[in-house]
Structures are given as C-alpha cells and as structure tokens.
Design a protein around this ligand. Structure first.
Ligand code: PMP
Length: 358
C-alpha cells in the first residue's frame, strides 16, 4: 500500500528531488563521485552553493540590501546567535511569545543580553495569536516573532502587521510557503527540514547593515564572519545544501511562492472542512482566525478514540499524525512537498472514521 506522511519535520521531500538525487548518487555531473565526496572549495560544489543562494534570492525577491547565509546548528542555534550579534549595549530585544519555539528563543536571549517579552498568547494556551498592539521604541535592539507555530498550528495571517525597523522572524515552518516582503525584515531564519530540504542547514536572510563586526562574538557564531566568507568560513553541510538547492529548483519549476501559497491554502481547506463539518466530532486546537496552512492541529473526544484513529489511519497508509506531546491529539503537517492528494486522502479517512465512530 502507498504510504502518505504528515510529519512535522524532517518530512517528505518532493518526489522529483529524490529522483534526481538518486540519479546523481554515484556520478555527479560525470565526475564519478557523489557531490558529498567533493571538496567544498571545488568548482562542482561551488556551483551548487551559489545556485542555491541565487535561487533563494529569486524565489523570495530578496533585494541587494540583504544577504543570504547557509549555517548549521538548526533554528535553535539562531536563538543564541541573534541576541549575541544583535543586542548592542543599552538596547533591549523584544519578543512576542506565540508558542514553545518563541519561548525557547526568548529563554536563550535572556542568557545573553537585555530582553523582554512584550506580547504573549500564553493565556489562550497558544490556541490564538495575541492582539498585536506593540509599538516599537528607540531602545529596541529588535522585535522577534515566530511566523508559524509548528506545535499549536497557528500562523500570523498578515505579516505586514509587524512594523519594526529590526524585525526578526523565525520562519522555520513556513518559509517559501507564501510571498514575503523582505525589505520589512532585519533578519529571517529557518531550519531547512520542513519547506527547504533536509535537516543540517539553516537559511538566514539578514539586512547588510546588521552585519556588524563584534570582537566579543566567536567567529563561528558571527554573521559578519559568515557573510564575508560567503557561508564557507568552515566546511558547510554539502549534501544538505545540495538537496536544498534541488528543492528550490522544484519550487521554481512549480510556479514559485505564489503557487505554493495557493496550493497550501487549498490543501489546508479540505482538512479544515473535515474538522468544521464534523459537528464537533473533531475539535480544531487553533482558533479559526489563527489557523495555520502548514500545521493542522485537532483532537478527538477521548484518548481511546484517539488511539483508534492512529491505529486505523496507519492501517490506511497514513502516517505522522500524532500531535506534539505538549498539545496531544493530532497534527497534520502539510508543507510544500505534501501533495493535494495526500490531504484529500486524509480528509476522506477522517470522514469515514467519523461515520464509523461518531
Ligand atoms: N522554530 C520553529 C518554529 C520550529 O518549528 C522548530 C523545529 N520544529 C525550531 C524552531 C527548532 O528547529 P531546529 O530543530 O532546527 O533547531
């Protein structure tokens, strides 16, 4: 039976990407080697590295005011690198808390410099995005937001709501899922393992004036050092960047981020419809106005029914639906590479399950 997957990340990559990687496995461009066996200083890898950077710029319409970096350490390392590099003395970093990942980012910043949580959605158990009433102050180092809250299934619908001279956004779980206005950001970061490729590489888009040299920041943690070295200060994760480049090529061929946004909206709609038309059999975790088009979270009435749902979904070839341990229930993660048919199959299964047990 064909299996379909909805994991929160790492997750499925586009079939075409896996096919190309397979074809090039032991002979990259007639060299008789896999790309990961090539030197990161050689022309074969250099071509991939620069193509990936160019594709990022083209896909997100990144202006020359911003630099693209490929780093390691996941989004979690960015939780530390951002305050290390961007909190100047006398300034305070501001955080908007919309879930566990923004809490983690804030906790790391507290170890490093002056920071403050200015808006929080915790009162709603992170089911709803808080009202955005924060007005920037002269004293702010930056304002940190999480654009999509992977665990709770909430996503800021309109990122233009954030007006801040140094807006910093964790876009780990929705980068490349919709168009962005890059000029509105000081820094954007995203671990690759959801919408960009495999784990091991983190994309950072940073406005060039924020690339300040700071002697107290170790070289490997300095944006300035990575930018000066075109993200080749140390050995990059060659194979992860190779796959990221193929994924970006696939997004381009598919019609870019405008097409991704359309597809993701349609994919999410069929699953939200199954929840909303269930007369309360399925309960959406996120409030309707805060819903994510990337992670769809819902619960059933009892633990016994939830266990049965997982058992029968797997019998029907549907995997990866278990919700995060802090929320329970289910989470269908429908990143760019998840096709419409997978979402249709899940919605069908949900309807059949309800007919049987509702
Ligand atoms: N931020 C968000 C929004 C995430 O979803 C995740 C991972 N699921 C992280 C940060 C942490 O990413 P990493 O494991 O790459 O450090």
């Amino acid at each position: 039976m064909k299996r379909i997957y909805f994991q929160a990340g790492p997750t499925t990559l586009p079939k075409e990407v896996m096919q190309q990687a397979k074809e090039e496995w032991d002979d990259f461009l007639g060299t008789g080697l896999n790309i990961m066996e090539h030197s990161h200083r050689g022309s074969e890898y250099e071509g991939i590295h620069n193509q990936a950077k160019t594709r990022m710029k083209r896909l997100l319409d990144i202006p020359d005011t911003h630099e693209v970096l490929f780093l390691q350490g996941g989004a979690s390392l960015q939780f530390a690198m951002i305050p290390m590099n961007l909190i100047q003395s006398g300034k305070t970093a501001k955080y908007i808390l919309t879930g566990s990942w923004s809490e983690k980012a804030y906790k790391e910043a507290q170890k490093i410099g002056s920071c403050e949580a200015v808006v929080t959605g915790k009162d709603s158990e992170y089911r709803a995005l808080p009202e955005m009433n924060y007005v920037s102050s002269e004293n702010d180092a930056y304002l940190h937001i999480t654009s999509n809250n992977t665990i709770y299934g909430t996503q800021w619908p309109d990122l233009h709501a954030f007006k801040h001279p140094n807006l910093v956004a964790d876009m780990s779980s929705d980068i490349m899922s919709r168009p962005l206005s890059i000029k509105d950001y000081g820094l954007i970061y995203a671990g690759a393992q959801k919408n960009l490729g495999p784990s091991g590489v983190t994309a950072v888009i940073i406005r060039k004036d924020l690339l300040q040299e700071n002697k107290s920041v170790p070289s490997i943690l300095s944006y300035c050092v990575h930018a000066k070295n075109n993200s080749l200060y140390n050995t990059p994760p060659v194979y992860s960047i190779y796959l990221l480049n193929l994924v970006l090529g696939w997004i381009e061929k598919s019609g870019g981020v405008v097409e991704m946004e359309k597809r993701n909206h349609n994919k999410a709609q069929v699953i939200y419809d199954a929840i909303d038309q269930s007369n309360g059999f399925y309960n959406g975790y996120a409030t309707p106005e805060s819903r994510s088009n990337m992670n769809i979270t819902f619960t059933l009435e009892s633990d016994a029914l939830e266990k049965q749902f997982i058992k029968e979904s797997e019998e029907n070839g549907i995997y990866g639906l278990k919700g995060h341990r802090s929320v329970g229930g289910f989470r269908a993660s429908i990143y760019n590479a998840v096709p419409q048919e997978s979402c249709d199959s899940l919605a069908q299964f949900m309807k059949h399950f309800q007919e049987k047990y509702g």
